[in-house]
Design a protein around this ligand. Sequence first.
Ligand code: GLV
Ligand code: MN
Ligand code: MN
Length: 408
Amino acid sequence: MTDGELAQARLHEIAEASLEGPGVTRLPWTREHRDANRLIGIWMKDAGLDVSLDAAGTLVGRSPNAGSKPLILLGSHQDSVRQGGRYDGIMGIALACLVARRFRDRWSDLPVAISVLAFADEEGVRFPTALIGPRALAGTLDPSVFELADADGIRMSDAMRDFGLESERASALAMRTPPVKAYLECHIEQGPILEDNALPVGVVTGICGITRIAVTFAGETGHAGTVPMSGRRDALVGAAQFVDEVNRTVSNLSDLRATVGQFDVRPNVVNAIPNEVRLTLEIRGTDDVNRASFKQEMHQVASRIANTADLNLIWTPTYDQPAIACDAALRRALAAGVRQTGHRVLELPSGATHDSSAMADLCPVGMLFVRCRNGVSHRPDEFASADDMAVAIDVCETAIRGIADQTE
Ligand code: GLV
Ligand code: MN
Ligand code: MN
């Protein structure tokens, strides 16, 4: 069995650690997370790593040559979206374990130590926040997030306590010694570019920044049959114009994506004029300046629509995550690994966010994308082939050897 086939078999097995229903649903600090960690612990031990769980719920596999050697971190997230696939996140952990396994029994020859990190939560599906594990390591964790509740009213700190964790200790995890040389993450591309280019892997240049805004248009309700059309203050008409303008404007800007993902109409009945619409606008892009100016432009658009339609506008920015650049030396190390496998090097940005976004506050980060079938992700039919995963393992092994050589 090749390492790619072993990765495939492991990913099929761990997909059973899921709530029932189509695809994989595995949320942080749940029974499914515990079941997944049990298997990941077996993969880590098979790679010769010492396994422990940190206070944020990250399962850590440390090479036994740790100590004062510079550290290379490898990893990704164990959690999934609801009814997601078998690869997003967890593939990066499976591949990291198989990369570490290449060095098993020869740790003392290696001038660097390796830790594999299986982060608890990246998707932000259970709690309205994410990246607790990497933020804890980077020392950027805001402890107020532990008070956030999930849809069942369970506070994050309680969910973590039931998982056997003391959330108060998570803020003290910030890694200072030994020096962290790199965080490397393999992830499915979640888009079509590698497939379009007939390439198994690609080197990531950077990860988009994200801006989220809660927008409310408020007008006046009334009888749908008796209030004349002229003079209505229909909040849905204004909100619909806004969605259309967002979409038309961003479609002419190749480096940005903008999405109205949530839309809540009140009173939401068939025979009353809508008096309130709450929606979310999410803007992503790898250039923080462009993202900020698009946000400002859309604020002006919303204000103009509200003035013209006699609506009130509430514009509340709720989230801002800066874009990050992948480290140039790590990009070169990964590119050298790709060339060694005989493939062309393609560099591409990431429109999805990743644990690497938060790890960039701790150390240089490098990411390798693996081709996914039809570019689909966050769906049960998400798929990466054993052959492509095998290429990714080879690339990471070469990259680590390159980083280690520079350390000697
Ligand atoms: C999650 O991965 C996201 O990009 O929102
Ligand atoms: Mn992911
Ligand atoms: Mn995802």
